[in-house]
Structure formats: C-alpha cells, structure tokens
Design a protein around this ligand. Structure first.
Ligand code: SDX
Length: 393
C-alpha cells in the first residue's frame, strides 16, 4: 500500500484524539479537569463532584449533584451471582486481577451494553453501575486476599466512608470510619481522576473503539494500569523506599543504581512522559502526606527517606538533565499506608480514582463516533518463502 508510515514507538509524538476533558502543560506543570485547576478542585471539591465534572463537562448544581450521588448510592448492591465469581478466586489472587475480572463480568451480566445502538439512558445507567460497584468490588478483592467475609455497602455513608467500611469492617467488632481518613482518601481520588491520554486511558479508548462494552473497556484499562511503569509504580515506590530503609537509608547508593545504564533499577515514582517539571499532583500529595500523618499521629520513616531521595535527585545532574521530577506515585503510597491500606491494594486505589476519567474518555470517544483504532507497522520480517516439509528441515 503506498504512503509513508510514521513510526512512533510509545506514541511519544503522536496525538491519538481530540479531547475536551483534561488539559496538561508538561513544561509549566499544569493540570486542569474541564478547565478547573487541580489545586482548586483538590482543595474545594469532592470526588463525586469531580467525577460528575469529568463525565458531564460542568460542575453540577446541588440538584444534579444530589441526583448523581443518589443514583450511585442505590446501585451499590451487587447481584449475588457475581459474588460466586469472587468466591472462585483463591486468596493468593492479586486484588487488581480480581477487580478487573469482576468489572468485566458486568458485560456478561448486562449484554445489552455491547449493543452499538444502546440508548443514552442505558449508557448513563452503565456509568452509574460502574461508579457504584467499583468500590464494592475493590473492597471484595481485598477481603478475598485477607480470607475475611466480604462486606456489603452501607448506603447511609458517603462514597469514601462506605469504601473504607467495606474494606476494614469485621463481623466481630464495630467499625467507625475516621473522617480524617475518609477526607484524605477523597482528596487522593480527586488527584487521580484523569490525566488525558495516558497508557490505561488510551487502552480504554482503543478497546471501546471496537464497540466493546464500557465494562470490558474499563477492565482493559485496569489491566494496563497494573504495570509498574504506570499505576503499579505506587506499589513499587513503597517497596523501593522499604528496601532503602532496610539497607541503612543510603539514598545515594540507590541514586547511583538508578543512573547506572547496566542496572535495570529505576527510581520509581520519578519521571514522566509529559511533565518535565514538577507533577502538580506530587506537590499536593507531598503536602497532604505531612498533614495526614500528622493528624493521624503516624510517624513513617520512609516519608523522610522519600524527602531525602527527592532532594538528592533534584540536585543531581543526571536527573536534572533528563528533567526527572517526582510524579503522582512518589508520595501517594505513604498516605495510603497511613490510612491502613496494604501495599498490594495501592494500584486498586489508583483505579478507583481513575474510574471517572476512564468513563469520561470512553463516553467522549463514543459520542465522537471515533473509528476503530488500528495502527499500521513497518514490516521487518522474512521475505516471501515456500513451505518446507518436516523431513526437509
Ligand atoms: C503514571 O502518562 C501518565 O500520565 C501516567 C500517570 C497518570 O496519571 O496516568 O501520570 C501515572 O504512570 C506516572 C509514572 C509512574 N511510573 C514510574 O514512576 C516508573 C519510573 N518512571 C519511568 O519508568 C519513566 O519516567 C516513565 C515511564 C514514567 C516515562 O518514561 P518515558 O517518557 O518513556 O521516558 P524514558 O523511559 O525514555 O526515559 C528518558 C530518560 C532515559 O535515560 P536516557 O536513555 O535518555 O539516558 O530518563 C531516564 C531513562 O533511563 N529515566 C529514568 C527514570 N525515568 C526516566 N532514570 C531513572 N529513574 C527513572 N525513574
């Protein structure tokens, strides 16, 4: 076929779509959802309101907000048959794998979601189901790992309190959600809610471009997010900081490892494809870490190690030359840990936050009737050759 193919591995210089949802300026370190600065939203808004903003494009009136929140509240219950899928997982199953499977099972449950002519109402309902059931599935994934009974949602609680209660309540004792914890979690979810065409969002869009259901598309996004170079980094950061602590806190040794081309070790939580300045989310999370740990009276030695590492990297030529700054994952795990969330649930927390962004991007792609994603390649394989029978090989 004639015509030049532009090869761009990792799409470093390729725009895949036009989008009105999130604006990033990597040089200035700017992040805006539908035009609102992330600093404003993190300070003044809440996760459900930000979810509405991302999905529907405007900040909701009180009436729109209440309706959105109520619809979500009254769709938190999950069909008991889906619980049978959960019961089939061994406790060794990683929570991200359980979460992506449970979300994908909604496609089997609601096959109409595959119908390209599904009504606006049906799409709206599938959005509500996802927002309502992902926290339940996430908490169930954790309970499955712990060998504890799965909890049902409590519709009297707000979004984050309901999630924390499903995560940590046990039959044998009363569980009260600490409002400091619920508020800190709400802010973290806002900060993760969308980030234009990152790896997992591009995955959601390309899977959705085949007219796969929104549940299947989000499930694909969860799996893309799981990788250590992407959402899995928040888990790798804590593992790295723990290793440095165990190793006597020698941050310089790990900086040198990160710079050594022969050593696959990377400074996890550092660097970003778009931000060549501070990730604005990292700044907010770093401040929130001091604030939340202080309020909870938690003294986590890895917080000091993280700050030392950041300070050392920002004054190291290798990192300065490559414009490597802390990203959203560098400090988030320290807060999750202070909230009592275990390390292998950190990427699940990222998915919980990113859900409204994935939904908004999937919805925009479908509303714009974008064509199925099908890139080309530069072929480098064998020239034409004839089949050789086994005896002659
Ligand atoms: C997220 O895209 C998004 O928006 C993602 C995200 C979102 O909200 O969706 O922001 C969330 O995924 C944040 C990133 C989390 N990942 C990590 O923290 C993993 C560590 N970071 C790196 O692997 C890397 O920085 C990436 C993956 C984030 C970006 O990779 P790029 O843009 O492909 O950059 P690169 O790998 O080509 O690196 C450029 C140079 C290389 O050195 P040279 O070959 O030029 O000599 O910088 C070096 C790299 O070796 N480098 C690092 C490094 N990151 C880049 N060296 C040491 N430690 C690092 N962390």
């Amino acid at each position: 076929e004639s015509g030049l193919i532009t090869l761009d591995p990792g799409f470093k210089n390729t725009g895949s779509t036009k989008s009105a949802i999130t604006f990033l300026d990597g040089e200035q370190g700017i992040l805006r959802y539908r035009g609102y600065n992330i600093e404003d939203l993190a300070e003044k808004s809440n996760f459900l309101e930000v979810s509405y903003l991302l999905i529907y494009g405007e900040l909701p009136t009180q009436e729109q907000y209440d309706q959105f929140a109520n619809e979500i509240t009254y769709h938190t219950l999950v069909h008991e048959d889906i619980k049978k899928i959960l019961d089939g997982f061994p406790s060794v199953a990683h929570p991200m794998g359980v979460l992506s499977s449970l979300i994908c099972s909604l496609t089997a449950f609601y096959p109409t979601s595959l119908d390209p002519n599904r009504t606006e109402e049906e799409i709206k309902l599938s959005i509500v189901r996802l927002m309502a059931k992902l926290p339940t599935f996430a908490a169930w994934a954790y309970k499955n790992k712990m060998g504890h009974p799965a909890n049902y949602p409590d519709n009297r609680l707000d979004y984050c309190s309901n999630f924390m209660k499903m995560m940590f309540a046990l039959p044998a004792e009363k569980y009260e959600v600490d409002p400091i914890i619920a508020k800190a979690l709400d802010k973290l979810l806002i900060l993760h809610a969308d980030h234009e065409q990152n790896c997992s969002t591009s995955t959601v869009r390309i899977v959705g471009s085949s007219q796969a259901s929104i549940y299947a598309s989000i499930s694909a996004g969860i799996n893309a997010l799981w990788g250590p170079l992407h959402g899995g980094a928040n888990q790798s950061v804590i593992e790295m900081l723990e290793a440095i602590k165990e190793d006597g806190g020698d941050t310089k040794k790990y900086l040198d490892k990160a710079k050594d081309k022969n050593d696959p070790f990377r400074l996890m939580g550092f660097g970003h494809r778009v931000y060549k300045n501070f990730d604005p989310r990292a700044k907010i999370i770093k401040k929130a870490a001091d604030d939340v740990l202080g309020k909870l009276g938690v003294n986590d030695p890895v917080l000091e190690i993280a700050k030392e590492l950041e300070e050392a990297a920002l004054n190291d030529q290798y990192f300065v030359d490559r414009k490597l700054y802390p990203n959203v994952d560098f400090y988030s795990g320290i807060i999750y840990r202070a909230l009592g969330i275990p390390t292998d649930m950190f990427t699940v927390m990222f998915a919980l936050g990113r859900l409204p962004g994935w939904i908004a991007q999937w919805k925009e792609m479908r509303e714009n009737n974008e064509p199925i994603g099908r890139p080309r390649q530069v072929y480098t394989g064998a020239n034409e050759r004839s089949y050789v029978t086994m005896g002659d090989r």
